[in-house]
Design a protein around this ligand. Structure first.
Ligand SMILES: [Zn+2]
Length: 432
C-alpha cells in the first residue's frame, strides 16, 4: 500500500464517521481509574482541507476507496470564519424574507441563491415558507446540508405540506435541500469536496463553501427563533433518531424537551457546524440525526415528522399532539464500541435494541482464516447507532451504545472509557 495512503487512512476514517462530533461521557458506575478525563484526550484539529490520497487500487484498498475523496480539495491559505464587519452589507429588512414580506396564511416557495456554478449561474435553491394567520415564533427546519442525507428531505416535505397555515401561529421555514450540488451528485460534499457543515457562519470573502455558508446563514438562518437541522448517520452507519444538543444551554434544553420520546445526546457541536454557529448567534438549535445516508428510511422519517409536530405543539405554534409511549425526552450518555480485528461484520442486534451487559452484539469473521471474534456489550444500554454489515478494519467503530442518564449527567465532558479491550474497545469518536 502506498505510504501516503497508509498515513492518511486513520485520519480519513475518523473524519468520516458521522455528521457530527459524537460525544461519550463518563458512565455512571464505572470506577474512576477506568475513566480518562477529556483534558487527557488530545482533540484532533479540524483540518481546513482533506489530505491528498493517491489511488493505486489493490484488493485490500477496495473497501476504503468507497469513502475516499473523488477529488482532492485544493490547497488554500487558512481563512477566518468571521465575516469582515466593515465589508458586511446592510442588514435585511425586518419582516422581509428572501426579497418579499411574509404573507400570512400561505404556504409559498421562495428561492435562496447559493453561490455560483463554474459557468457563472447562481444556484436557485427552493425554500418553503408556511406563514400562519396569527403571529408567533419562526422555526426553521433545514435538511441535506450533506447532499447524500435523504431522510431530512422527506421529513421537511411531509412537515411543510401537512401544516395547515390557518391553524399555524408564527412561521415555519423549511429548506429541503441546502446542498443542491451535493444532492445532485449523491455526495455529502460540495463539488470541491468541502463539507459545508464546517463553514458556518461563513465568510463572504472566503472559499466557495464559506461564501455559501455566509449567504445561507444571513439570508435564512438569521430569521429563525429556533432551528432543527436534519442529518443522518454517515458512511455505512445508521442512527436511531436522536437529537444532538448543547445541554449546557437552557434555551437548547427547552427545545429538546419538545420532541416527545426521542433519544438526546449532549454535544457542543463542532465549530463550523450550522448548529454551533446558530447557537453562538443566539438561536437555539439542535441536530436531529435519523437513519443512514442514500436511503429514505420510512420508520425514521415517521419518527422525525412526529417529533417536529410535537415540538410545534410544545412551542404553542400548532395544535397537534402525538401519542408517545413515553412522553418524556430521554437523555443518554453514549460510547462507541470498536472491532479489534478486521473481517466481515455480522450483527446480531438491531438498531434501537436494549441490551444487557455481556450480550452478543455481533461477530467479525476473518474471510481467509474463518476465525471469528465476538463483540459483546460492556454495559446495559441501547444500540442508538451502528455500522451496517460490511468489511471492517481493526478499530472500526461498530456499535454506538447509549446509556440512559439524567440530563445533568449527560453534560459532562467527553472522556475515554476503556472497558475490556480483549472483547471490544470503547472510546470516543471525535469525528470533526
Ligand atoms: Zn449530515
Amino acid at each position: 500500500m502506498n505510504p501516503r495512503t497508509l498515513t492518511a487512512l486513520p485520519l480519513l476514517i475518523t473524519l468520516l464517521l458521522g455528521c457530527e462530533q459524537d460525544v461519550s461521557v463518563p458512565v455512571p458506575g464505572i470506577s474512576p481509574h477506568l475513566v480518562q478525563r477529556s483534558s487527557q484526550v488530545p482533540r484532533r484539529p479540524v483540518p481546513s482541507t482533506l489530505p491528498t490520497v493517491e489511488y493505486h487500487i489493490t484488493r485490500e484498498q477496495v473497501a476504503v476507496q468507497a469513502i475516499l475523496p473523488e477529488v482532492d480539495v485544493e490547497e488554500e491559505p487558512a481563512e477566518s470564519s468571521a465575516p469582515p464587519s466593515e465589508a458586511a452589507p446592510p442588514p435585511f429588512k425586518p419582516g422581509e424574507f428572501l426579497g418579499a414580506p411574509f404573507k400570512a396564511g400561505t404556504l409559498e416557495q421562495r428561492t435562496w441563491y447559493a453561490g455560483e456554478t463554474y459557468y457563472g449561474s447562481a444556484i436557485p435553491t427552493p425554500v418553503l415558507v408556511a406563514s400562519g394567520e396569527e403571529p408567533g415564533q419562526t422555526l426553521c427546519i433545514t435538511a441535506a446540508i450533506h447532499g447524500d442525507e435523504l431522510n431530512g428531505i422527506e421529513t421537511v416535505r411531509r412537515v411543510m405540506y401537512e401544516l395547515d397555515t390557518k391553524k399555524l401561529k408564527g412561521i415555519v421555514i423549511g429548506v429541503p435541500i441546502v446542498n443542491l450540488q451535493g444532492f445532485q451528485r449523491h455526495s455529502r460534499y460540495l463539488p470541491d469536496r468541502r463539507d459545508l457543515n464546517r463553514y458556518f457562519p461563513g465568510n463572504r470573502d472566503g472559499s466557495s463553501a464559506s461564501r455559501m455558508a455566509y449567504s445561507f446563514f444571513r439570508e435564512v438562518i438569521m430569521h429563525c427563533n429556533g432551528l432543527v437541522d436534519l442529518h443522518t448517520g454517515s458512511f455505512h452507519r445508521t442512527n436511531l433518531p436522536q437529537l444532538r444538543a448543547n445541554l449546557n444551554d437552557n434555551s437548547v434544553v427547552a427545545l429538546t424537551e419538545g420532541f416527545g420520546s426521542t433519544v438526546i445526546l449532549h454535544s457542543d457541536g463542532a465549530e463550523g457546524t450550522l448548529r454551533h454557529a446558530a447557537l453562538a448567534a443566539g438561536i437555539p438549535a439542535v441536530t436531529l440525526e435519523a437513519g443512514e445516508p442514500l436511503r429514505v428510511n420510512e420508520e425514521h422519517v415517521t419518527h422525525s415528522v412526529k417529533g417536529i409536530f410535537t415540538l410545534l405543539d410544545t412551542l404553542g405554534m400548532y395544535n397537534r399532539r402525538s401519542l408517545w409511549g413515553n412522553p418524556e425526552p430521554v437523555y443518554y450518555t453514549a460510547t462507541w464500541l470498536r472491532a479489534d480485528v478486521g473481517g466481515i461484520l455480522s450483527s446480531e442486534v438491531r438498531l434501537g435494541k436494549r441490551v444487557r451487559k455481556g450480550d452478543l452484539l455481533g461477530t467479525v469473521t476473518d474471510p481467509i482464516t474463518n476465525e471469528q471474534r465476538e463483540v459483546h456489550s460492556p454495559h446495559d444500554g441501547r444500540i442508538i447507532g451502528m455500522a451496517l454489515d460490511q468489511f471492517v478494519m481493526p478499530g472500526f467503530a461498530v456499535y454506538h451504545l447509549g446509556l440512559q442518564a439524567p440530563v445533568e449527567e449527560a453534560t459532562q465532558d467527553p472522556s475515554e472509557i476503556i472497558v475490556d479491550n480483549t472483547v471490544a474497545q470503547t472510546d470516543v469518536i471525535d469525528d470533526h
